[in-house]
Design a binder for this molecule. Structure first.
Ligand code: SAM
Length: 277
């Protein structure tokens, strides 16, 4: 999940240091909030716990799990605590490899870290039981090639999961609404999509997924409120009861997308790297 942007990063095309899609735009030191420490009562662990609660009944019993654009790999590692998965993380930015290795070490887990581009993933068709991404798909002007790649890697009956933070008004990101209205960029080189939920559902089906379900979630106090983390934990039942409701459709700040590959369905057509955008 993308952390809120506290600064003014109005994008000036001619001055941008990073082209869209550059791994370098993501490169940075590891944040303490990204360290795997499930007992820490911050907003990131609250969100991760919400996702795991949502996914628990859908998880295949075992097999291989892949996180694409893994960043810290925290969600992948949490799923590895739920089921005896073999864990694989793929990302194209060096910070992510450092982060995932550190978090696997902290969790006492084995796992593979692979450098790769989400638009052409270096794995054979149908080689994973779970393929997930968090805060990745909204960073592509055309997310379909990435979704096709994720669907291609799923074995029939496997679970697809993606969470998406769209560029839209939400209570949590209230302070960012003006920036969102005037800039497509989260920060230099990092595009932020404003596709509506219905369009994401259509894309998931186009990518070859079945039983596509999208729920809105994350009606949290504004991140600018000093006590927001304590409040979500204190009122966690109430906060989570708002997920998948119309209140979350309006004020929530992320979507959770699930789907699967039907038994016997052919892998979605593989798409190569699009020309540089
Ligand atoms: C917002 S972060 C994801 C954070 C992650 N879910 C976490 O919990 O730390 C997006 C990640 O996607 C990666 N990414 C973006 N575009 C990519 C691409 N084309 N191929 C591979 N990784 C990509 C970035 O390097 C970054 O680590």
């Amino acid at each position: 999940m993308t952390e809120p942007d506290h600064g003014d990063h109005a994008h000036e095309e001619h001055e941008a240091r990073y082209a869209e899609g550059d791994a370098a735009a993501w490169e940075r030191p590891l944040r303490s909030s990204e360290l795997y420490e499930p007992s820490r009562r911050d907003i990131f662990n609250f969100i991760d716990e919400t996702k795991v609660d949502y996914l628990r009944p859908l998880l295949p019993p075992d097999g291989r799990a892949l996180e694409v654009g893994a960043g810290s790999g925290r969600l992948l590692i949490r799923l590895g605590a739920e089921r005896p998965y073999r864990l694989v993380a793929v990302d194209y930015a060096p910070y992510a490899a450092r982060a995932v290795r550190e978090n696997l070490r902290r969790a006492g887990r084995e796992g593979a870290v692979v450098f790769g581009d989400a638009r052409a993933l270096p794995f054979p068709d149908a080689s994973f039981d779970v393929v997930l991404s968090g805060g990745l798909l909204e960073h592509f002007r055309d997310p379909l090639p990435v979704m096709r790649e994720m669907a291609r890697l799923l074995r029939p009956g496997g679970l697809f999961y993606a969470d998406i933070v769209p560029r839209k008004v939400s209570l949590y990101r209230w302070a960012e609404r003006e920036r969102m209205a005037r800039s497509e960029q989260l920060q230099e080189g990092i595009y932020e999509s404003d596709l509506p939920r219905s369009r994401w559902a259509a894309l998931a089906r186009e990518a070859g997924l079945h039983d596509v379900r999208i729920v809105s979630a994350g009606v949290y106090p504004p991140f600018t409120m000093p006590d927001h983390e304590r409040l979500v934990w204190k009122y966690r039942s109430l906060v989570r009861a708002l997920d998948a409701t119309i209140v979350a459709d309006i004020l929530g700040f992320f979507y959770m997308v699930t789907g699967n590959r039907e038994a016997g369905s052919a892998p979605a057509e593989r798409t190569g790297l699009p020309s540089r955008r």
